[in-house]
Design a protein around this ligand. Structure first.
Ligand code: GAL
Ligand code: CA
Length: 329
């Protein structure tokens, strides 16, 4: 009896220690926790790690590259098997890649795309994201479609669309390309876009609200025909400012179409209430899941074709964007 007990105990211990030694440790860095879209991204990574039996630690870079660099050093010192990094400054990714290479651990960048030459400097460096051009095009199409359905939206009847652009953080690929391609899509639909005012609001709702308040005061809502925001939080800030001016509260004569990107729950709610025209789904779930699966496959030396997502150019996973509207309002 005693012998069997000891044997059973030994087996259990062996099993436990063996599964422990196989547990992959992921060190993940987010540029800043206080970001609605990155919260969705984080939750998706957390859930996928739990599902896969991996241990993920996620650090808040607090929008400071030095803070994030120290967090990366600590992850490496603590022996993580792989890094997932959402860099504060995507153009400062080279030192991060060099550190990962030095420690011989893979690094998967997310959401903020390092330059190709940076990624190419290390065979275990990858990027998971969504094609910013696509989201810009789709946001612009939402505005153009609205003008097709509502000729009266051209308030001054000049055949042009006088719009305000609210931009994300400077240098972010999503800020540059969404701004550019939303305007291109409006042109492609046969309208002449005229940016009557624009500003950087750093993806932030409050900043966008203050900026929009100032624009409403200086330009007048009757002279604004559309608001294009690089993300939902800024779109919602604009909506707040409009509502404070008795716009976008259900009266068709006091309405300015506002579009964003992300499809965060708060934006979908605003769309349901008719306060916001539309958004573009930035698929946090599939980006988060694929980033974790890629990280684990790299850490375990598994076949990358087994993770259920296509890897392009041996470096990239691209998750598609998708237009979201709530029908005619
Ligand atoms: C964008 C997203 C923004 C913000 C940013 C952070 O893709 O649309 O809302 O989260 O990433 O890098
Ligand atoms: Ca016009």
């Amino acid at each position: 009896m005693r012998k069997i007990f000891i044997l059973a105990l030994t087996l259990i211990l062996a099993f436990v220690s063996c599964s422990y030694s196989q547990e992959i440790k992921i060190g993940a860095c987010i540029y800043r926790f206080n970001d609605a879209f990155m919260l969705r991204f984080r939750n998706a990574m957390q859930a996928e790690s739990e599902k896969s039996g991996a241990k993920i630690s996620i650090a808040d870079g607090q929008d400071d590259q030095n803070t994030q660099d120290a967090q990366i050093d600590e992850f490496i010192a603590n022996g993580v098997n792989v890094l997932i990094v959402n860099p504060v400054d995507r153009m400062s990714s080279q030192p991060i890649i060099d550190k990962a290479k030095q420690a011989n651990i893979p690094v998967v960048f997310i959401n903020r795309e390092p330059a190709p030459e940076m990624l190419n400097s290390y065979e275990k460096a990858y990027y998971v994201g969504a094609n910013a051009e696509e989201s810009g095009t789709q946001a612009g199409q939402l505005i153009a479609d609205y003008f097709k359905a509502h000729p009266e939206a051209d308030k001054n009847h000049d055949g042009k669309i006088q719009f305000i652009m609210l931009r994300g953080q400077n240098g972010h690929q999503d800020m540059i390309l969404r701004s550019k391609y939303s305007v291109e899509a409006i042109k492609a639909a046969g309208y002449e876009p005229v940016e009557i005012a624009g500003a950087i609001a750093n993806w932030d709702k409050l900043e966008a609200m203050n900026i929009m308040n100032a624009f409403l005061m200086s330009i007048g809502p009757e002279n604004i025909e559309a608001v294009i925001a690089n993300n939902d939080e800024m779109a919602l800030g604009a909506v707040e400012a409009l509502k404070n001016n008795d716009y976008n509260k259900g009266d068709a004569n006091a309405y300015i179409p506002v579009v964003g990107v992300d499809a965060n729950a708060s934006a979908l709610e605003a769309m349901d209430k008719g306060e916001m025209l539309g958004t573009v789904l930035n698929d946090a779930d599939n980006q988060g899941i694929s980033a974790v699966r890629l990280a684990l496959a790299l850490a375990e030396g598994k076949d990358l074709n087994s993770i259920g997502y296509t890897i392009t150019d041996n470096k990239y996973i691209w998750i598609p964007y998708q237009k979201v509207t709530r029908g005619e309002k």
